[in-house]
Design a protein around this ligand. Structure first.
Ligand code: IFM
Length: 462
């Protein structure tokens, strides 16, 4: 058991944006209501053995019907912003073609409720719930999906753009590429390993085309939420450093370099990608107003064991033996219930590495996700996690990192993809039998910490 922090958090800038995050497929439920189409996750979850606890997200936390209660919880928490995602299959049930006005109505009501509560709505346009009709036609492996995504982005901006001033195009294209198309453990369940790379390019292209669509509607606050974490090398041996470098390229640079530098980190890799890649990169690298980082943990990586023949389980992911790198356990740090090491200092390390690599090309940053899975309502471990990461973030900002906001993952417990409901990331506990919401100790801690941020204090920043 970790003890709760005794001293108040250091002061963040007055205009720092505090928020909480969720995503549609993980909380909304109501999958058959008001004309919503099927998503790749609906279909994937029906497959036997795909969701570890045998659950699905048909009801999830029933946010679709309980959003007013959830907005009241956000307001009481005292954060300034709520990051949610818009479900593409709710808005364009077949992924392309007719727009479902009833689907947009839900987000219209949600945005109005947030604004009435004094909370800034921060919609993510795509958080992994690809419309199944598009998935059946190849999903993100095909270029058309990027074009359809831009048309959908335009429809959402047309409806919400008068009240939304901060947009996120995509959430974590790296995970969808790796887990969904590469290893098959997330929807759509494809096991293409390196042949999954077109899904990375088409998501990035979809991002760029969506940026154009949003700009055409007058949007000025556009970002993306990419997952990043430092890659640590298992040893100085050449085989380990080469393996760690490849892992880092695939998880970090493959997604940040095209956006921030207008090029892929490796010419050989770029040559494998489909389409007019050089022209696409111009679309992908249009300037962003801010760049979102989802940070959870560093990864220690070494060369694979040449004798291994069976898949290895690592932090809930099944890794085939043919991968040219192998993540290893990081010893000496506390772990979350998911087994992820808790390393706040690695957030500061990551922010430093971004400044070094991207320099003047780096727009202001927002931590769009950070959080941990722990059971229980008296979650002192989560308090210690958040406290430690916020102190590390503050140190990084003191050292020069231009970070403008921080969003906790997640407002409430929810459907944690292939893990089902077993992993609880929420500040608010969900009783899945009754759907009752109970704020955890961490919710009360964060509420008090945010109130404390507003109290006058000597020598304060901002
Ligand atoms: O729940 C996920 C979220 O959907 C994307 N980022 C990581 C979270 C925790 O695994």
């Amino acid at each position: 058991m970790t003890t709760a922090p005794a001293s108040p958090l250091p002061r963040f800038p007055r205009d720092f944006l505090w928020g909480v995050s969720t995503s549609a497929a993980q909380i909304e439920g109501a999958v058959d209501e008001d004309g919503r189409g099927r998503s790749a996750w609906d279909v994937f979850a029906e497959g036997p053995g795909r969701i570890k606890d045998g659950s699905d997200a048909r009801t999830a936390t029933d946010h679709y019907h309980r959003y007013r209660e959830d907005v009241a919880l956000i307001k009481e928490l005292g954060v300034g912003a709520y990051r949610f995602s818009v479900a593409w299959p709710r808005v364009v049930p077949d992924g392309s073609g007719a727009v479902n006005a009833a689907g947009l109505d839900f987000y219209d009501r949600l945005v109005d409720a947030l604004l009435a509560a004094g909370v800034k709505p921060v919609p993510t346009l795509f958080h992994w719930d690809t419309p199944q009709a598009l998935e059946s036609a190849g999903g993100w492996l095909v270029r058309d999906t990027a074009e359809h995504f831009a048309a959908y982005a335009d429809a959402v901006a047309a409806r919400l753009g008068d009240r939304v001033d901060r947009w996120i195009t995509l959430n974590e294209p790296a995970e969808l590429t790796l887990l969904g198309y590469g290893l098959g453990q997330h929807a759509p369940g494809r096991q293409l390993v390196f042949d999954a790379l077109p899904a990375a390019h088409h998501q990035l292209l979809g991002h760029g085309l969506a940026v154009q669509a949003l700009r055409a509607r007058g949007a000025t606050g556009i970002g993306i939420a990419n997952s990043h974490g430092p890659t640590w090398t298992a040893s100085p041996a050449e085989a380990d450093t080469a393996a760690a470098d490849l892992y880092d390229l695939l998880l970090n640079r493959l997604f940040a370099d095209p956006l921030l530098l207008g090029r892929y980190p490796d010419d050989g890799l770029a040559a494998l990608l489909p389409g007019p890649v050089a022209d696409d990169l111009k679309i992908i690298s249009q300037p962003l107003d801010w760049y979102g980082i989802n940070y959870y943990q560093p990864t220690l990586v070494g060369a694979p064991d040449p004798a291994a023949t069976a898949p290895a389980d690592f932090a809930g992911i099944r890794l085939p033996p043919e991968l040219p790198f192998a993540p290893r356990e990081i010893a000496g740090y506390p772990r979350t219930d998911f087994g992820w090491p808790v390393v706040p200092g690695a957030l500061a390390e990551l922010l430093r590495s971004f400044r070094e690599r991207y320099g003047a090309s780096l727009p202001p940053l927002v931590i769009t996700e950070n959080g941990c899975s722990y059971d229980g309502v008296d979650d002192t471990e989560r308090i210690a996690f958040l406290d430690g990461h916020l102190r590390a973030l503050h140190d990084a900002m003191d050292a020069g990192a231009d970070v403008r906001g921080y969003f906790v993952w997640s407002l409430m417990d929810n459907f944690e993809w292939a893990e089902g409901y077993a992993r609880r990331f929420g500040l608010v506990h969900i009783d899945y039998a009754t759907l009752a919401r109970t704020p955890k100790a961490s919710y009360h801690w964060l509420r008090d910490a945010l109130r404390d941020q507003e109290a006058p204090r000597e020598g304060a920043r901002g």
